[in-house]
Design a protein. Structure first.
Length: 293
């Protein structure tokens, strides 16, 4: 006779014995019989069997789970071995004497990450961070790396000082770096590789703000328009930056224009605008000499 679960009486009695005597759980038996755990439990009930609680690990098993957990394994990994649920594993680990770790701190990296997230700053540090963010144009992630903390901690610090948080996902005029849509304008034909190479050579193939070289970055260094006007090819308006500084220059543009113009000031070659094309043609290309804006 076949019962509603699809098993005969003999099969259900066998399943009950495996469940009660063998100590196997319903997911393990279900895999053997290629069915659902609920069908296995129904078969056990049909034969008068008593269903164990989900957290029904023996004291010995709980102690064993606690040892595995204390060795650094996560409740999720242990649950897969025992065909159980992570929350059930945590209950067993507690019974076995384990101290439950904070979520995400199963590894040294996780513990360090939690420590960084909990870091707090003094009022002086908050003000310093605000200046770096607003005047320097650095991102919260870059500042977090410098202060050895999480970027969300930096954002909390900025909010405490009333700083306006930049949103990179805010399009158009709603973005603080909006400049009238000129970023979509095409570069003029004259802004070619020869001109860029001339500027990089003039600047020694070094970022004029932070000092990074093309060799250290492994990429060509961009040539930046200081006034953000792509049509302005005056030599005093062009400067070599690294990729990082070139990106940061899109924020707090007033600061960057003043600073970069001051860095360009006094360069003898500035007034040789009519000669740049001739000199550019004589500049040998180098493997680490820099790249395109």
């Amino acid at each position: 006779m076949t019962n509603s679960g699809g098993f005969t009486d003999e099969e259900e009695m066998q399943i009950r014995a495996i469940y009660e005597v063998g100590g196997f759980n319903s997911p393990q038996i279900a895999r053997a019989y290629k069915c659902s755990p609920t069908v296995i439990l129904k078969a056990v009930r049909n034969q008068g069997g008593k269903i164990r609680s989900r957290s029904c690990f023996t004291d010995t098993e709980a102690e064993q789970i606690a040892k595995i957990y204390d060795a650094g394994y996560s409740s999720t990994r242990i649950a897969k071995v025992y065909s159980s649920n992570p929350s059930v594993i945590l209950d067993a680990a507690r019974r076995g004497g384990s101290t439950i770790r904070h979520a995400g701190c199963n590894t040294e990296h996780g513990r360090k990450k939690l420590s960084r997230m909990k870091r707090m700053f003094t009022e002086t540090e908050d003000e310093e961070i605000k200046k770096i963010y607003e005047i320097g144009g650095f991102t919260s992630t870059e500042i977090a790396d410098a202060y050895d903390c999480n970027y969300t901690t930096i954002l909390e610090s900025l909010r405490r000082t009333g700083a306006e948080i930049r949103d990179p996902h805010r399009p158009g005029e709603n973005n603080p770096s909006w400049s009238g849509g000129v970023s979509n304008d095409p570069y003029p034909f004259e802004f070619d590789e020869a001109l860029k190479e001339f500027i990089r050579n003039r600047d020694g193939y070094v970022c004029q703000f932070c000092g990074e070289t093309g060799e250290s970055s492994g990429k060509k260094l961009p040539v930046h328009h200081i006034d953000y006007d792509k049509s302005n090819l005056d030599l005093s308006n062009l400067i070599t930056l690294c990729n990082s500084c070139n990106s940061r220059a899109n924020f707090n543009r007033g600061f960057w224009k003043e600073r970069l113009y001051s860095l360009n000031a006094g360069k003898e070659i500035m007034r040789q605008l009519p000669l740049w094309r001739t000199q550019a043609d004589s500049v040998p290309a180098t493997a680490n000499s820099g790249g395109v804006h």
